[in-house]
Structures are given as C-alpha cells and as structure tokens.
Design a protein around this ligand. Structure first.
Ligand SMILES: O=C(O)c1cc(=O)[nH]c(=O)n1[C@@H]1O[C@H](COP(=O)(O)O)[C@@H](O)[C@H]1O
Length: 239
C-alpha cells in the first residue's frame, strides 16, 4: 500500500484498458488518493479490479450511474455493497423510490458505501437539455433533483461547478457535493457547464472529479500539482 494525500480530487480513469489504468494508478500513487472508474473498466475488470484499486489504498468511486426500476437498482446496490467502494452513482431520474430502496438496502447490509445522485449531467447545455426535457428549465430540474437527493436520504450528489450556489440553497450542508466538469483551461470537449478547481471549491464543492486533464497530460503528476494549487486557492477563500 502506498502513502496517500487527502486531496479532495477523484482522478477519473476513463482509459481504454486495465493495463493503462494500472500504469496511471502507479504514476498517481502518493499524489492522488481517490480514483473514479466507469462502465468501461468495470466491464473489463469486474469486482477483482475494484478490489485491486481498494487494495492499492485508493478511495474508489464507482461511477455506473444506475438508472432502472427500483427493484433492479436495489439488487445492484446490494451486490456492490461490500466491495469496499467509497461511493456509487445513481441517476436521480430513476426517482424517489429507486433512491430510497437503494439507501435502505445499503443500510440493511451495514455497508458504508455512499450513494450519490446525478442531478443534470455537466455535458448538457440549455439547448441539448430542452431536447430531453422540453418545457422544464434546467435550473428548475437541478434544484428539484438536488433537493430530492437530500429528501431520499442519499449521501450526496453530482453537479456542475456552476450549479453549486443553487444546489446548496436547497440541500443540507452535510450532503456531499461531488463536482465534475472542472478545467484549469476550458473548452474543446464535450463538457458544457465548467469552471476551474478554484471556483468549484470557492462555491462549496466537497470533491472535484477530473479525467482527461490528468490522464492525457504529458506529465500527469505535474498536472495534479497544478490542480492541487487551484484547489488550495479555492479552499482558502471559500464562500
Ligand atoms: O458522475 C460523474 O462523475 C459525471 C457526471 C457529470 O455530470 N459529468 C461528468 O463528466 N461526470 C464524469 O466525470 C468525468 C469527467 O471527465 P473529464 O471531462 O475527462 O474531466 C467523467 O468520467 C464523467 O463520466
């Protein structure tokens, strides 16, 4: 096991292969203490790969964005509950009963795995949002979904850094705010609602999630050091 920092940053490893992910984790060891993986690596490595990440000493964010009828999601939560996962994502669009049954199942099993609700993906802008939710302004959906996470007993939520002021207005301070869509320099990809690490923490993020700016950087550890400086800046003038 390696020595780890307590940087409030999840490095998202959206890489092609387990081999690349292992290599990146080795480089990140000691600089980052929390890793996020999504469906691609999970499909390749399954539970043994999750164990490998946890045994490495990393806090593990499993980002499956589960979205189905309550029974189906609850069964998945039960299966994932004792694998040492720090947090797991569910889509709030699955509704109250899906979230409440998942929380209850997790509690019944005595698991500490945190359940986070996705509010509105950071890739949406007003135009693309209107195509999937015609007539519902994005800020209304964000606030309602954020509130619902708190009301259903979820441990936290995922939102854009730009949404934090509205989200904080309708949620208890204890609800974890996990924030992707973070860039030192914005532009040129599929993220729409973005801000810097400094702005995310100034506005109340508990953790940020960053992928490509880390694993695509020519010097991964140098990129993390720059992000860490921006995080410090934000934390030092938190609103
Ligand atoms: O749940 C997430 O982590 C997530 C939610 C969201 O609204 N937007 C979003 O980008 N993410 C994830 O955060 C990571 C962002 O990666 P980069 O855009 O490469 O920094 C990806 O792994 C996404 O799957």
């Amino acid at each position: 096991m390696t020595e780890h920092t307590s940087l409030p940053l999840f490095a998202a490893l959206d890489l092609d292969t387990l081999r690349e992910a292992r290599r990146t984790m080795d480089v990140l060891s000691g600089a980052v203490d929390a890793i996020k993986i999504g469906p691609r690596l999970y499909a390749q490595g399954g539970a043994p790969f999750l164990k490998e990440i946890v045994d490495h000493g990393f806090k593990l964010f499993l980002d499956l964005k589960l979205h189905d009828i309550p029974n189906t999601v609850r069964l998945a939560v039960e299966t994932l509950a004792d694998l040492g996962i720090f947090c797991l994502t569910l889509q709030t669009a699955g509704g109250r009963r899906m979230m409440e049954e998942s929380v209850a199942a997790r509690d019944r099993l005595g698991s500490t795995m945190k359940l986070l609700g996705i509010t509105v993906l950071t890739s949406f802008d007003e135009k693309s949002w209107d195509e999937v939710a015609p007539g519902c302004p994005m800020d209304v959906a964000i606030k309602k979904r954020a509130w619902l996470c708190g009301d259903c007993g979820m441990d936290g939520l995922v939102c854009s850094p730009l949404d934090l002021p509205e989200v904080r207005a309708v949620t208890p301070p204890t609800l974890l705010k996990v924030v992707p869509g973070v860039r030192l320099v914005a532009g040129g990809d599929d993220q729409s609602r973005v801000a810097t690490p400094a702005d995310a923490f100034r506005n109340g993020a508990d953790y940020i999630v960053m992928g490509r700016p880390i694993y695509k950087a020519p010097d991964v550890r140098k990129a993390v050091a720059e992000i860490a400086r921006s995080i410090e800046e934000g934390l030092s003038c938190r609103k």
